[in-house]
Design a protein around this ligand. Structure first.
Ligand SMILES: [Zn+2]
Length: 487
């Protein structure tokens, strides 16, 4: 599926200018501790990576999945029995639903699939594999050797006193627990630490084999150095004063002697009426679900917004059709209002041939030409209608039986009107012709247009109102309309 590329936004161009020639390593890191919704971070990184590539720089674009991170909070929907896995690596915990190799994979896989569907040119690294393959061995050794300096930075930046025996390294106990263990001795020649677990048992962890990990703030700085990172976007939770970037910046400069990568601070996305997206609160929109109602290009545009440094309130309900119309105009697609596609999709379901006919009759010949594209557009429209559309845009055509029942509630004048319309309606009339017919017949029957149209919508949709009647009725098979109107 080839899609028109949206040009690189100005903020990404400016960032690329500041980052210079390269080569560059662009990283975005997310913990798969629950449903992954943070597409904005990945898209910010992608836009900057694209801007760098356009300048001819060599770019490695990495999605750093924090699979080795310990479980700290039970995500909504996870059984309480998972409390027993607290402190264990997400990669070492079973899948709560049993469908993937681990807890981490259960949340990472759908996100990775969405990135693939978006044809994103990104390398997905799992942090437990990076540790196991030894990529972090040198920086881990360096960190443990500089425990005192790192501890001092932690205390100065956070204003909190680090506990006795604090270490930048978290060895894994035989129970699998990464927390509550205390490093006793470093054996740099062997890449090992000797530690004591919370029950007082001594153990040995080989950090060249992933038998533990660096604490989060130290790891951030350490991985910049180990992976040669030159750019990483952060959400405002990390960049607040005394937060993880404040700590990592100092660690990077003062301990690892590595320049702090370029940074872009993005703002949160909220869902209209639900508040900021948060996997721990269960307020999430999964990229996979969003791709059911719009193409990848539209999803990129929606998530980035005009400027990702600004907060965004997503309106997937009433405001969505307008967003889609703007997107389609931007990428130069044949114009059909999204609301019309929603009408067509709800009328014909997945029948693209019938949809094409309806579009042609509505005056959208060009949009009906590409059946493959039409099929996709119909599925976006139908999925949106089911999940998000306001009640006023949702409908289905009543069966003959239902139409008869609906007609019981109409006045004699209204029924006369419907019969008259039915007699005059001819196959092949276009939307305007039908619209005129509906009005003129109302006049002839001495019926106010409002009452006339209400009668029409009642027997077709079981509602008092609906999509613009002329094009809608013109798009339906004439015999279906006649049947419903002959009551
Ligand atoms: Zn699973």
């Amino acid at each position: 599926m080839s899609e028109t590329r949206i040009s690189i936004p100005g903020w990404a161009e400016r960032m690329a200018d500041r980052l210079g020639e390269g080569p560059h390593v662009v990283v975005t890191g997310i913990s798969p501790s629950g449903n992954i919704h943070n597409l904005r971070e990945v898209l910010v990184a992608e836009a900057v990576a694209n801007a760098l590539k356009e300048r001819g720089a060599g770019v490695r674009f990495i999605f750093h999945a924090d699979t080795i991170d310990p479980l700290r909070k039970i995500a909504p929907g996870i059984p309480e029995s998972f409390e027993k896995y607290m402190g264990r690596s997400l990669s070492h915990i079973p899948d709560p639903e049993g469908c993937h190799a681990s807890y981490a994979e259960h949340f990472l896989s759908p996100f990775e699939e969405a990135l693939e569907e978006m044809e994103m040119d990104i390398e997905v690294l799992r942090s437990h594999e990076i540790y196991e393959s030894g990529v972090y061995t040198d920086v881990t050794c360096e960190a443990i050797e500089h425990t005192d300096e790192l501890r001092k930075i932690m205390q100065e930046v956070t204003g909190r006193k680090m506990p006795e025996g604090w270490s930048p390294y978290l060895p894994r106990a035989s129970s699998g627990d990464l927390t509550g263990n205390r490093v006793l001795e470093h054996l740099p020649e062997e890449s090992k630490v000797i530690f004591v677990d919370r029950d007082g048992n001594e153990g040995v962890a080989d950090y060249s084999k992933g038998e533990g990990k660096l604490g989060w703030r130290t790891e951030l700085a350490a991985r910049w150095k180990a992976l040669g990172v030159t750019f990483e976007p952060f959400g405002k939770d990390h960049t607040s004063r005394g937060g993880s970037t404040d700590t990592a910046d100092r660690m990077s400069r003062e301990v690892f002697h590595y320049p702090v990568p370029g940074r872009y601070e993005y703002e949160w996305i909220s869902i209209k009426g639900k508040g900021p997206m948060s996997s721990s609160k269960g307020v999430v929109l999964l990229p996979k679900d969003l791709l059911k109602i719009m193409p990848p290009g539209a999803l990129r545009k929606m998530m980035l917004g005009r400027d990702p440094a600004r907060a965004l309130d997503l309106d997937l309900e009433g405001g969505f059709p307008r967003f889609m119309d703007e997107y389609r105009a931007e990428v130069g697609e044949e114009y059909v209002p999204f609301t019309h596609l929603v009408t067509v999709a709800q009328t014909v379901g997945g029948d693209t041939e019938a949809a094409a006919q309806m579009l042609r009759r509505g005056g959208y010949e060009k949009a009906a030409a590409d059946q493959g594209k039409l099929a996709r557009d119909l599925s976006y429209a139908l999925n949106w209608a089911k999940e998000w559309a306001p009640e006023s845009l949702r409908f289905r055509i009543l069966s003959e039986e239902e139409a008869k029942e609906a007609a019981q509630g109409l006045s004699a004048d209204q029924r006369r009107y419907l019969a008259a319309v039915s007699g005059k309606l001819k196959a092949g009339m276009d939307g305007d012709e039908v619209q005129n017919l509906l009005y003129s017949t109302a006049g002839e029957c001495g019926l106010k247009p409002k009452k006339a149209f209400a009668a029409l919508y009642s027997v077709l949709l079981g509602k008092k109102s609906g999509p613009k009647a002329g094009p809608f009725v013109a798009g339906l098979p004439t015999e279906v309309v006649r049947q419903r109107l002959s009551v």
